[in-house]
Design a binder for this molecule. Structure first.
Ligand SMILES: Cc1cc2nc3c(=O)[nH]c(=O)nc-3n(C[C@H](O)[C@H](O)[C@H](O)COP(=O)(O)OP(=O)(O)OC[C@H]3O[C@@H](n4cnc5c(N)ncnc54)[C@H](O)[C@@H]3O)c2cc1C
Length: 418
């Protein structure tokens, strides 16, 4: 079996993995990226719509264009990219980490490194995760799988489509299926508000006159061999009103009911997982509970925009390089999600330097205020025109904001939305 050594190994070659690897290499480190697909880019490769890179490149790019720019940067640097190579296991042997991977060309390899960056992205929740009753006819796909079939493989999965869940992939696919000549009859959402970005509701549903049923539960997917339709019923005052249930005939159902960070490898390696994000707990260095193992991108928490993935992953790459050079966070403040905040990542920050926090709201509200409190005392409040669970909120807390607090030990920073 082939054994190779690097300073750092990055698992996953999507936007997160590429951004982290570039930072590590720029800091003079020997880096390898291991990617199970034959190309770098991850999910970007199947997102042929535009809307990527508005922050990173100040341009509207498609997913593959965005990925290609990063691939070009990567190939211009001495970074080893193992493609078509799946990581099977991450083992921790004292200070050293061993990444076992396999590819058709090279067989099984063991890559040794002091630092590992987890960048495996996320996967879609499926029918089993949301327990929709009914038999199991053909024609039920996750929206991301349908996107891959249409955009990469060149297949049309059906003609008359209903979409369950209003996540961004489902919204994008509502428009995509309309463009290729399908009839999209409905997008059905259990919550009273959409789960996707507002711009996608406008550009993918309203512009195509596709009905969005909010506060509706899918009570049945019917059909024997092939899907023949779905049944949906409204939820009124918290109760399902079956008397108002109705059927929507269709031959294809797409599920867009959430994404889950892909952390099987992390769990097996002993990394502690935050139940609110399903990603690893990380400190101010974006380092997991296993020293020397870092995490970024959708494996850490599900992001809405690739620009945030890149920004966070650059930080992870830089921190991994600093950690390799022997630096450790001097003192950390604990960060807590307060009222109306689902989670804040990372869970710790270092007061002596610039920090960036990412959070998700639990409520939909106009004229909201983001309140930052230190040990119960307000230290910052930021006005937000509109907040909703589908849109990530970021807040920068610079060294200047926190320097006055650096003397206080064991402080907790709490962020809430009012
Ligand atoms: C359908 C869709 C539409 C989107 N639209 C937009 C948009 O319009 N604008 C925008 O800014 N953002 C958009 N986003 C968000 C953004 O593109 C993603 O959040 C981002 O690209 C995720 O990057 P990542 O590297 O974290 O994950 P991924 O891109 O998923 O990369 C993870 C990589 O890890 C690899 N991997 C996983 N496990 C292993 C293993 N065991 N061994 C080896 N390799 C492994 C995978 O093959 C994959 O390539 C969209 C996302 C989706 C899904």
């Amino acid at each position: 079996m082939k054994e190779l050594s690097y300073d750092a190994v990055v698992i996953g070659g999507g936007a997160a993995g590429m951004a982290a690897a570039l930072e590590l290499e720029a800091a003079g480190r020997r880096v390898a990226v291991v990617e199970r697909e034959e190309r770098l880019g991850g999910i970007l490769g199947q997102c042929v719509h535009n809307g990527f890179g508005l922050i990173e490149f100040d341009e509207e790019l498609t997913g593959p264009e965005f990925a290609e720019r990063f691939e070009d940067r990567l190939s211009a640097r001495p970074i080893e990219a193992f493609l078509g190579c799946t990581v099977l296991e991450l083992e921790v042997e004292g200070e050293a980490k061993v990444v076992s991977c396999v590819s058709r060309e090279r067989g099984v390899m063991r890559l040794r490194a002091q630092a590992v960056v987890l960048a495996m992205g996320c996967r879609e929740r499926n029918r089993g995760n949301i327990r929709i009753p009914g038999s199991r006819p053909a024609g039920v796909y996750t929206a991301g799988l349908a996107q891959r079939l249409v955009n990469v493989e060149g297949y049309v999965p059906g003609k008359d489509v209903a979409i369950i869940g209003s996540g961004d992939i489902g919204l994008i696919m509502a428009r995509r299926m309309s463009w290729i000549g399908c009839n999209v009859h409905a997008v059905v959402e259990i919550m009273p508000y959409p789960s996707g970005l507002t711009r996608n509701i406008v550009q993918c549903l309203r512009d195509f006159d596709i009905p969005l049923y909010l506060s509706h539960l899918t009570t049945d997917i019917y059909g024997r061999d092939r899907v023949e339709g779905i049944e949906i019923a409204p939820i009124e005052n918290g109760a399902l009103v079956m008397e108002k249930a109705f059927k929507i005939p269709c031959d294809t159902v797409l599920l867009s009911v959430g994404l889950v960070p892909e952390n099987e490898l992390s769990r097996k390696a002993g990394v502690s997982i935050n139940p609110m994000t399903n990603g690893p707990w990380v400190d101010s260095f974006l380092m997991t509970s296993v020293p020397g193992v870092f995490a970024c991108g959708n494996v850490l928490h599900v992001h809405d925009l690739v620009d945030y993935v890149v920004e966070e992953s650059r930080r992870a790459g830089r921190f991994a390089a600093e950690w390799l050079a022997g630096r450790r966070p001097s003192r950390e403040l604990r960060v807590k999600a307060g009222a109306n905040v689902r989670y804040v990542a990372p869970g710790r920050i270092e007061p002596g330097r610039d920090n960036k926090l990412y959070l998700r709201s639990m409520i939909v509200k106009n004229d909201a205020v983001l309140e930052v409190k230190l040990d119960g005392k307000p230290i910052r409040s930021v006005k937000k025109g509109h907040v909703q669970p589908s849109e990530m909120i970021t807040i920068a807390l610079g060294a200047a904001d926190l320097v006055a607090l650096a003397a206080q030990p064991d402080s907790t920073l709490e962020i809430s939305i009012q």
